[in-house]
Design a protein around this ligand. Structure first.
Ligand code: N01
Length: 531
């Protein structure tokens, strides 16, 4: 096939890829996006399992770059469900006429940098050859699904479903005996839905997670009006916050009040629903003892809701602070275990031995099953990038990252000129309201490319020293947070020989991160070689 030439290629057409394409086109660059799915949406295209819903409020989990768009769009619920988010993303693609520059239904398999030509050469699984001066990876942090290698799975004659690649046709579990494996954010959303439909549901839990009530509902019209009256100011405030999110402001330490008042404040936040619970007091995230008080409150609610004490015990998270792993939001999760058709299996006490033709065998019994739903998470942050053979100046990105997952500002790995990652490792994106983080990354990248073009630079590449300093700074910041206390969390890098495990996202807060990125740009891209 004859290679096609572009100024820039964006890989992915989810929230990040669409806005990147829009910005680069606005700057006059001949740009295309390449997308594996048959349509736009990324995460929200693939994750169409029952109960899929965002846990950031709709009015904040949306683009801010176009005032008319944010005024025109109406969200129906406090937390939008997957179909509504996908509809919104489709609306954006149409409104800004993006589809004409998106190649759907093909994956970039490999790409390599030619220093002489100053070009990225990309190939897709359809055999296309695409050349571009700039490559932007908008491949998502949670897009490479992890499917555990379970003994005997190939023998299972029932149906296996994967939440991250849910069928496009309607799936009916009526009359079936179904298993869900995994109790992270995804499992916690899908479990109550399947419980309502299946004859029997067995949940296989390895680690109990903290989940808080979402209290979803119809979006309050007054609330929407208040937001829309001053949307730009609200967005500005969110952009200057730690999580790119407007949240309630706690007033005092948990130890400043007596037990009665403490209980009242916790109960009020629990009743209001959402992630603001961790902001009931100033010190829940920073202080271990304060955190333990909040965790006790949640465990007490589990004991209150779940009727069988032995089931409640298994569901109570232990040995990990509240918030060290991503907190989940749910609708009726704990109450689901009061249903007569739901069984909880504690895999720590009763390990899974193998799949058989008709179900799952654990150390103590057999579970006969018609279907299994894997909600087993993702090869987070690096999985989608490592799946592509990306060869920079000397080596592939996967080879580079065997020595540590380094990426200057979370945007540009050294040894990979004119190559950018949106919400890549080293960026705070996934610890924040990710849509706001995506907008910041996209704008920084497009401004950088514009700067290069206006000043007749051919290429930009981050320096090894700057990248190493960013990595060390990120590790130092992470060591002061509770994230590293979670031994097993998708935020933490995989085991690498001779390297300590590190927190992959940047935990220094969105506002500070944004300021650092602005300072780097203002100093003519310090930490980068401009060629
Ligand atoms: O994935 P996870 P997720 N045998 O990695 C278990 C975002 N998100 O898809 O904890 C048995 O959290 C694993 O057990 P353990 C959000 O950022 C957002 O649920 O490793 N079990 C765990 O229980 C979220 O954090 C939204 O011991 C196995 C589960 O599978 C992120 O996506 C909705 C196993 C995986 O949990 C990821 O969430 C959904 C095995 N071999 C997702 N392997 C919203 O906006 C894994 N597990 C609401």
């Amino acid at each position: 096939m004859v290679p096609e030439n572009f100024d820039a290629i964006v890989v992915g057409a989810g929230f990040a890829g669409l806005y990147m394409l829009h910005r680069l086109r606005q700057n006059g660059l001949r740009t295309i996006a390449v997308e594996a799915g048959a349509d736009v949406g990324g995460t929200w295209y693939w994750n169409r399992y029952p109960g899929a819903r965002c846990d950031i409020e709709s009015l904040q989990y949306s683009y801010s770059f176009d005032e008319r768009l944010q005024q025109d769009w109406h969200w129906s619920e406090r937390y939008a469900a997957q179909p509504e988010i996908l509809k919104y993303i489709n609306h954006v693609a149409d409104r800004f006429d993006l589809r004409r520059d998106i190649r759907f239904g093909r994956r970039v398999t490999d790409m390599d940098w030619s220093t002489d030509a100053c070009l990225w050469h990309l190939r897709t699984d359809l055999g296309e050859k695409l050349n571009a001066r700039f490559a932007v990876m908008a491949t998502g942090c949670l897009s490479a699904a992890r499917t555990p290698d379970m003994p005997g799975l190939e023998d299972f004659r029932g149906t296996a479903y994967y939440t991250g690649a849910w069928p496009h046709h309607e799936v009916k579990f009526t009359g079936q005996s179904v298993a869900v494996i995994g109790t992270g954010s995804t499992g916690i959303q899908v479990i109550p839905k399947i419980a309502h439909e299946a004859r029997h549901l067995t949940v296989f839990q390895r680690t109990a997670n903290f989940t808080l009530p979402a209290r979803n509902g119809v979006l309050d019209a007054e609330h929407e009006k208040t937001w829309k009256r001053d949307y730009p100011a609200m967005r500005d405030k969110a952009g200057k916050s730690e999580r790119a999110l407007i949240q309630s402001a706690p007033q005092c330490s948990v130890f400043d009040v007596d037990a009665v008042e403490r209980e009242r404040v916790f109960a009020e936040h629990w009743q209001r629903g959402g992630l603001d619970f961790v902001r009931s007091f100033t010190d829940l995230v920073a202080d271990e003892k304060a955190n333990a008080v909040a965790a006790d409150f949640v465990r007490a609610r589990i004991a209150e809701i779940v009727e069988k004490p032995e089931t409640a015990e298994v569901l109570k998270p232990r040995g990990i602070p509240l918030g060290a792993r991503r907190i989940c939001l749910d609708t009726d999760y704990y109450a689901t275990y009061n249903r007569p058709n739901v069984t909880l299996v504690d895999l720590r006490a009763e390990p899974l031995v193998r799949f058989t033709a008709t179900g799952i065998e654990t150390a103590s019994r057999r579970h006969e099953l018609d279907a299994v739903v894997f909600a087993t998470g993702f090869d987070a942050m690096i999985g989608a990038l490592s799946a592509i053979q990306i060869k920079g100046v000397r080596e592939t990105l996967a080879e580079k990252w065997t020595r540590g997952i380094t990426n200057y500002l979370g945007l540009a790995p050294a040894g990979f000129p004119n190559f950018f990652t949106v919400t890549g490792p080293g960026s705070p994106g996934i610890l924040c309201n990710v849509v706001v983080a995506i907008e910041q990354h996209v704008e920084w990248i497009s401004d950088c490319i514009d700067y290069l073009c206006r000043n007749q630079f051919r290429a930009i590449e981050s320096n090894n020293d700057a990248e190493e300093n960013w990595f060390n700074h990120a590790n130092e910041v992470a060591s002061k947070t509770m994230f590293m206390t979670a031994k097993n969390s998708w935020h933490i890098s995989p085991e690498l020989p001779g390297r300590p495990r590190t927190l992959m996202p940047y935990a220094g807060g969105f506002a500070d991160y944004t300021k650092i990125c602005c300072d780097v740009a203002a100093a003519n891209y310090c930490g980068f070689k401009l060629i």
